[in-house]
Design a protein around this ligand. Structure first.
Ligand SMILES: *Cc1c(COP(=O)(O)O)cnc(C)c1O
Length: 382
């Protein structure tokens, strides 16, 4: 039934037998920098590549500070601690996300509150957030409280789904109005911009991931970006076991975390960042090819939202209904073309099923129909 789709995808990756959803692309200085690390013996928690990677990330995103971590989930955990999310607090997020978003909220002892997403951006709906705040929020002592649950609302955590920026300026304005810190889960959106500003830069803190399946990879890795020097300093401190600088003494002044990115991972990251413009350009071309193809075949392709420049991390299509989605998944995967449904909504998972939800009409609509299709750079030779 979807023979033509399969043939089209196969044609994009002619040298592949099994076509993965997203493979890393190594064509630059990756081997050179990693070997340099090994030769220097500085493979672990100190070394020049970590500093260099952080500087490159700050330069690329336009953020004043960037603090590398061992993965994106750790970066999210740190970000929520930085803005002061405490136990029993509430953090507003979206149910259509990867589980790490909610897990980070749980790590600090807070609870997710789910507002809906928009159908065009797949990210947090500013309207649903506004409705929630109108119905629940009160300002007291310079903070925002949920007058129904009695809990403090201590962060809003939107996610830029598959690299498509959500309406982040409207969300930022609501956060401003209600005095709630904004943290962006921009794990998927390195190289994505909203109204010309890099995602992750609209709130107090932004977070990115460099896991093996993301736009660029450090093997495992993440980053916290911020313009606030105090938060930046705290982030570095917390992620390095809260050790006070001293020539030889071990003094740790609070419970810290060993969340640093090892130098060998940062070395890989530096090389990957050098290739990022090329990767982004390739992924944009790929998305264009898909868009033209699916338009002809009357399947809805998820295209770039207005006011936004997407990195097109994972391309996605929307099938007519769940039955068609399932046959698409069945047919492509059984023919070694990897496709995946969107994540099961967070409010359906055992550990988050009791969390408060706004009406989730769009999230549910997307959950039934969306499929991710192969999105690796298409010029690679195996
Ligand atoms: C990948 C991802 C993360 C976590 O990143 P890791 O590096 O895998 O820990 C967090 N949130 C979202 C939305 C992601 O896609």
């Amino acid at each position: 039934m979807f023979d033509d789709v399969r043939a089209f995808i196969r044609n994009l990756y002619p040298e592949k037998d099994f076509i993965a959803l997203h493979e890393p692309y190594f064509a630059g200085n990756e081997k050179k920098y990693v070997l340099d690390c090994i030769d220097s013996t500085y493979v672990s928690s100190v070394g020049k590549y970590v500093d260099r990677f952080e500087q490159m990330m700050a330069d690329f995103t336009g953020a004043k500070y960037a603090i590398a971590t061992m993965n994106g989930t750790a970066a999210l955990h740190v970000a929520l601690m930085l803005v002061g999310v405490g136990r029993e607090d509430e953090v507003i997020t979206q149910p259509l996300t990867f589980v790490a978003t909610c897990n980070a909220i749980a790590y600090v002892g807070a609870k997710p509150v789910f507002v809906d997403v928009d159908r065009d951006t797949l990210g947090m709906s500013a309207q649903s957030l506004k409705d929630f705040l109108h119905q629940h929020a009160v300002l007291r002592d310079g903070a925002c409280w949920n007058r129904i649950s009695g809990k403090k609302i201590s962060a809003v955590l939107p996610m830029h789904t598959f690299g498509h920026p959500c309406r982040i300026d409207e969300i930022a304005a609501l956060c401003e109005e209600y005095k709630i810190p904004l943290v962006e889960d921009s794990a998927e959106s390195l190289g994505s911009y909203y109204k010309g500003v890099h995602t992750g830069r609209f709130g107090k803190v932004g977070v990115m991931s460099f896991n093996g399946n993301k736009t660029i990879t450090t093997g495992g890795g993440g980053i916290v970006i911020t313009d606030d020097p105090v938060l930046a300093k705290r982030a570095k401190h917390m992620t390095t076991t809260s050790k006070r600088p001293h020539p030889y003494e071990y003094v740790h002044d609070e419970v810290g975390y060993n969340y640093r990115l090892p130098n060998i991972n940062a070395a890989l990251g530096c090389a990957q960042l050098e290739s990022l413009p090329l990767i982004l350009q390739n992924k944009r071309e790929l998305a264009k090819k898909y868009q033209v193809f699916f338009l002809k075949h009357e399947i809805k392709f998820v295209s770039e939202p207005s006011n936004a420049q997407s990195n097109f991390w994972l391309n996605a299509i929307l099938l007519a209904d769940e039955t068609q989605r399932n046959s698409f998944l069945e047919e492509t995967n059984s023919h070694k073309v990897m496709t995946r449904p969107v994540w099961k909504l967070m409010n359906r998972l055992e550990m988050y099923k009791d969390c408060f939800c706004m009406p989730l009409v769009n999230s549910e609509w997307i959950e039934e129909r969306l499929v991710n299709i192969p999105s690796s750079c298409f010029f690679q030779s195996s």
